[in-house]
Design a protein around this ligand. Structure first.
Ligand code: CU1
Ligand code: CU1
Length: 275
C-alpha cells in the first residue's frame, strides 16, 4: 500500500530513491510526456468553452488522476517510492530542507533564475527542459519573488471550512471550496504557491519543476481532509452542465475516468497523518 508522507520527514534514502526515480523517468522520456499533457490542458482551460484540469470543478479529480499516473510510473522504476507532499503552510521559506542540494536543489540565481545546485541543475546534465515556454533549457525558480508569503495554516483552515464543493458558473469566478483552494478567489492557496516558487512553476509547463508533484500532492491531501470534514457535501455539479465535467462525465485525456471514480483516494494510497 502506498503511503504518501510529508516531504520534511523523509529519510536520506527515501529522498534519494524519489530523486533517482524522477531522473529515470526523465531519461526515458516519460517525464516530458507528463509535462506536455499538463501544458496542453492549461492552454485549453479558459473560462469559456470546455474546461477539464483548471478553473473548473474537475480541477481536483483531474489532478488526482494525473498524480496517480505519475506515481505509478515512479513505482515502476522503484516500487518503494510514493509521492511526498509539501505542506507549504509549515515549510514556508527558502531555507526549508526541501530546497537542499540532496533533494530539489535551491533557488535560481538572480541573473537568470537558473537553479544551480541539486539533481535538477542544468549543469548536472540530467535535467534539460524540453517542453519549453521559451528558448531556455534550464530549470528556473525565483522563490518568494512573485509573491512574498506562502499561505498560512489559518488561511488553509478558512478554505477547509467552506461547506459547498463548487457553484455555478463553475469557473474561476465561482464561490465555494474548489475555487478558493485553486486560488482564483479569496485567500488564494494553490495558485499562490505556483507564483511563490516562480520560474517554470508559474507557467503551464509547471511540472518541469519536480516540486509540482509535491505541491499537488498537498492540494490533493487538502481535498481529502475537506471530504472528511464535510461528509454530506458532494462533488458538484451532479449532471447536465454544459462545458463542465459533471460527477459521472469522463475526463480527457483518459476518457475512462470520472470524478466519481476519483472521490475515494484510499483505494490507491493513504497519508502518513490523519486527515
Ligand atoms: Cu495543473
Ligand atoms: Cu497547480
Amino acid at each position: 500500500m502506498t503511503i504518501r508522507k510529508n516531504q520534511a520527514t523523509l529519510t536520506a534514502d527515501e529522498k534519494k530513491r524519489f530523486v533517482n526515480a524522477v531522473l529515470e523517468l526523465k531519461r526515458a522520456g516519460t517525464y516530458d510526456t507528463f509535462v506536455s499533457t499538463h501544458n496542453s490542458f492549461i492552454m485549453s482551460d479558459t473560462d469559456s468553452g470546455d474546461r477539464v484540469g483548471h478553473r473548473s470543478p474537475s480541477f481536483l479529480p483531474w489532478h488526482r488522476r494525473f498524480l496517480l499516473e505519475f506515481e505509478q510510473a515512479l513505482q515502476a522504476v522503484d516500487s518503494s517510492v510514493a509521492l511526498p507532499y509539501w505542506d507549504w503552510s509549515t515549510d514556508r521559506d527558502a531555507r526549508a530542507s526541501l530546497w537542499a542540494p540532496d533533494f530539489l536543489g535551491g533557488n535560481g540565481r538572480s541573473r537568470d533564475g537558473q537553479v544551480m545546485d541539486g539533481p535538477f541543475a542544468y549543469a548536472g546534465g540530467k535535467w534539460n527542459i524540453n517542453v519549453r515556454v521559451d528558448g531556455r533549457s534550464y530549470l528556473r525558480r525565483e522563490l518568494g519573488a512573485g509573491v512574498a508569503q506562502l499561505p498560512t495554516r489559518a488561511e488553509v483552515e478558512s478554505v477547509l471550512a467552506m461547506e459547498t464543493y463548487d457553484m455555478a458558473p463553475w469557473n474561476s469566478s465561482s464561490n465555494g471550496f474548489r475555487n478558493h483552494l485553486e486560488g482564483w478567489r479569496g485567500v488564494n492557496l494553490h495558485n499562490r504557491v505556483h507564483v511563490w516558487v516562480g520560474g517554470l512553476m508559474s507557467t503551464g509547463a509547471s511540472p518541469n519543476d519536480p516540486v509540482f508533484w509535491m505541491h499537488h500532492a498537498f492540494i490533493d491531501k487538502l481535498w481529502a481532509t475537506w471530504q472528511k470534514r464535510h461528509p454530506n457535501s458532494p462533488y458538484l455539479p451532479a449532471a447536465g452542465t454544459v462545458n463542465v465535467v459533471d460527477l459521472r462525465d469522463t475526463m480527457r485525456p483518459w476518457n475512462n475516468v470520472t470524478p466519481a471514480d476519483m472521490l475515494d483516494h484510499t483505494a490507491h494510497y493513504t497519508f502518513d497523518t490523519a486527515l
